[in-house]
Ligand binder design. Structure first.
Ligand SMILES: *[C@@H]1O[C@H](CO)[C@@H](O)[C@H](O)[C@H]1NC(C)=O
Ligand SMILES: *[C@@H]1O[C@H](CO)[C@@H](O)[C@H](O)[C@H]1NC(C)=O
Ligand SMILES: *[C@@H]1O[C@H](CO)[C@@H](O)[C@H](O)[C@H]1NC(C)=O
Ligand SMILES: *[C@@H]1O[C@H](CO)[C@@H](O)[C@H](O)[C@H]1NC(C)=O
Ligand SMILES: *[C@@H]1O[C@H](CO)[C@@H](O)[C@H](O)[C@H]1NC(C)=O
Ligand SMILES: *[C@@H]1O[C@H](CO)[C@@H](O)[C@H](O)[C@H]1NC(C)=O
Ligand SMILES: *[C@@H]1O[C@H](CO)[C@@H](O)[C@H](O)[C@H]1NC(C)=O
Length: 475
């Protein structure tokens, strides 16, 4: 028996295990009941096994008991109530697209665009043909203004960066009504629009805000800036800031002919306006190659707002095409978008397994007890932007997929899901990915190999990251 880590030293006598394993085999079914109860109650109830809640990451400032901090929190809450009336139609999307990639990229847009609910414009360089039927599922198409008299001197980049950096200003000039936020995205950015509303509701749209996220690649952030919202992940600009930007942007762009892209031009103007980046971890540039499993299986507890570079990474569900895979995700999380990709960690005490659930996506079962501290780090299933497996290349912590062959996770991808209105509960069926083979393991402990299906039951929870969930860890 290998006991390379503290984790494996928790193994129990074999005889008891075999009997339980048999019981297991008859059903081939691990029933995970994840009951997310309101506020106080924080137990997870598990079916045949005894799994106890270990960790729900909490919004730490809520734990602060300093009374003056609580006062300021109340002020924040009041502020929030003022913005709780933010509706999807207060957000105007400014999508930067190009005519030569339009035929493939428009499929991503159709995934998340909601006719008569979302507002916005696609900015193209040249007219494209769209059928009448397609117009129902796509934003209005506009052609960008002529930028041929702007200088562009960057050797690596392309001129279209100039055109694209102006989409917010050009959209503002269309004079749409009731706009609180402008959100810029690429044609290969997929937004979870409900979560975008949730995130932007935290901020006062009457103030100057520039909200987005950095790259996953440390080097990219150094080349560009840690103060820059990466354009592919999308970013939001409050209405008054967009107005200020529109007044000065053309002059500003002329001062930076040597910049590479549209988002660094935008950031240069933000710096001139003196507006810093507000980081929101739910916007995802995804400057990575390969499999997003590691990142999406351990998403931070914050609403998933966007996904990008979907042409570059593998489809998020194996054996589906990219668009199919995303539609599968959207269809199954429709009734609980707030929880999309939110991670829950628990343990099967009887079998000494660690279980990580990424809602709507994947359940991972690992032999041995692995601490939440480990499990909340993304596994390196992906390569960095300068494709190399170099763990120092990321702007966040990661861990290897396995430190020991026996600890390779057993993967169960979300297969089907339905919402039971009576019980106010989503029932998700997650199936074992048998194409993902396991290395030989010598550990004399139960293997999750016999499980085919995991069922996750969960009540919708639209505010989960605002709540404190006490932890009841007992290893
Ligand atoms: C689950 O664990 C708790 C506490 O460790 C124990 O009281 C309870 O009897 C266990 N339930 C089952 C079904 O084993
Ligand atoms: C509470 O916070 C205030 C302001 O942040 C600080 O002045 C005060 O010392 C803190 N009190 C305690 C007990 O930490
Ligand atoms: C959107 O609105 C138009 C006109 O108001 C209507 O004809 C169309 O059926 C609506 N489409 C959807 C998908 O609701
Ligand atoms: C649009 O369709 C017309 C007629 O079918 C064709 O002549 C034209 O080349 C098409 N334009 C583009 C950009 O595909
Ligand atoms: C853009 O403007 C330049 C001159 O400023 C002109 O030569 C060119 O034809 C224009 N391009 C388009 C597509 O209108
Ligand atoms: C769940 O989704 C269905 C299908 O879109 C919808 O009709 C229903 O209203 C949703 N229920 C809730 C509680 O969101
Ligand atoms: C379902 O439960 C959640 C809390 O778990 C609650 O916020 C929501 O309003 C409930 N929805 C319905 C349709 O009862």
């Amino acid at each position: 028996m290998t006991t390379t880590t503290a984790i494996s030293s928790h193994q129990r006598p074999l005889t008891g295990l075999v009997t339980t394993l048999r019981t297991f085999l008859t059903s081939l079914f691990l029933l995970l009941l994840l009951l997310y109860a309101l506020y106080s109650s924080q137990l997870f109830f598990f079916g045949p096994s005894n799994c106890s809640l270990s960790s729900i990451k909490a919004d730490t400032h809520l734990l602060n008991t300093n009374s003056s901090s609580i006062t300021s929190l109340n002020k924040q809450q009041q502020q929030q109530q003022q913005n709780d009336d933010l509706q999807l139609n207060h957000i105007v999307f400014c999508i930067a697209a190009s005519s030569n990639l339009w035929d493939t990229r428009k499929e991503y847009l159709k995934l998340w665009w909601r006719n008569n609910e979302t507002c916005g414009v696609v900015w193209l360089d040249q007219p494209v043909n769209t059928t009448q039927n397609e117009k129902e599922f796509l934003p209005e198409i506009h052609i960008s203004g002529n930028t041929s008299d702007f200088k562009y001197t960057n050797k690596q980049g392309v001129r279209s960066a100039l055109r694209i950096s102006r989409v917010v200003s050009e959209t503002l000039r269309l004079g749409l009504k009731d706009v609180k936020w402008f959100v810029m995205g690429d044609d290969d950015t997929v937004f979870v629009v409900d979560n975008l509303v949730r995130v932007l509701s935290k901020y006062d749209h009457r103030q100057l805000y520039y909200i987005g996220s950095s790259s996953e690649s440390h080097i990219q952030n150094i080349f560009f800036s840690y103060s820059m919202a990466f354009g592919g992940g999308g970013f939001a600009i409050s209405y008054p800031l967009a107005k200020e930007l529109e007044k000065m942007q053309d002059a500003c762009i002329r001062r930076y002919p040597n910049l590479y892209g549209s988002d660094d031009r935008m950031q240069a103007c933000m710096a001139e306006l003196g507006v810093p980046l507000t980081r929101e971890a739910g916007f995802h540039q995804y400057d990575v190659y390969g499999n997003l499993l590691g990142l999406l299986g351990a998403h931070p507890v914050t609403p998933l707002v966007s996904l990008h570079h979907l042409d570059v990474v593998h489809p998020i569900f194996p054996r589906m095409d990219r668009v199919q895979a995303l539609r599968h995700l959207f269809d199954s999380t429709m009734n609980d978008t707030a929880s999309t990709m939110q991670q829950s960690i628990c343990y099967d005490r009887q079998h000494q397994w660690s279980v990580s659930v990424s809602f709507g996506y994947v359940v991972q079962i690992i032999r041995g007890v692995m601490t939440p501290r480990e499990l909340e780090k993304p596994t390196r299933t992906f390569l960095n932007w300068y494709p190399r497996a170099d763990y120092t290349a990321y702007a966040f912590n990661t861990r290897p997929v396995t430190r020991h062959p026996c600890q390779k996770p057993f993967l169960f991808y979300m297969k089907s899901s339905h919402y039971n209105e009576g019980k106010n509960q989503t029932i998700g069926v997650y199936s074992r990915d048998r194409h993902d083979t396991q290395p030989f393991c010598r550990w004399r402990m139960d293997s999750p190999d016999t499980i085919d299906t995991v069922v996750v039951m969960k009540r919708p929870e639209s505010q989960r990251w605002k709540k404190v969930w006490c932890s009841a860890t007992q290893f």
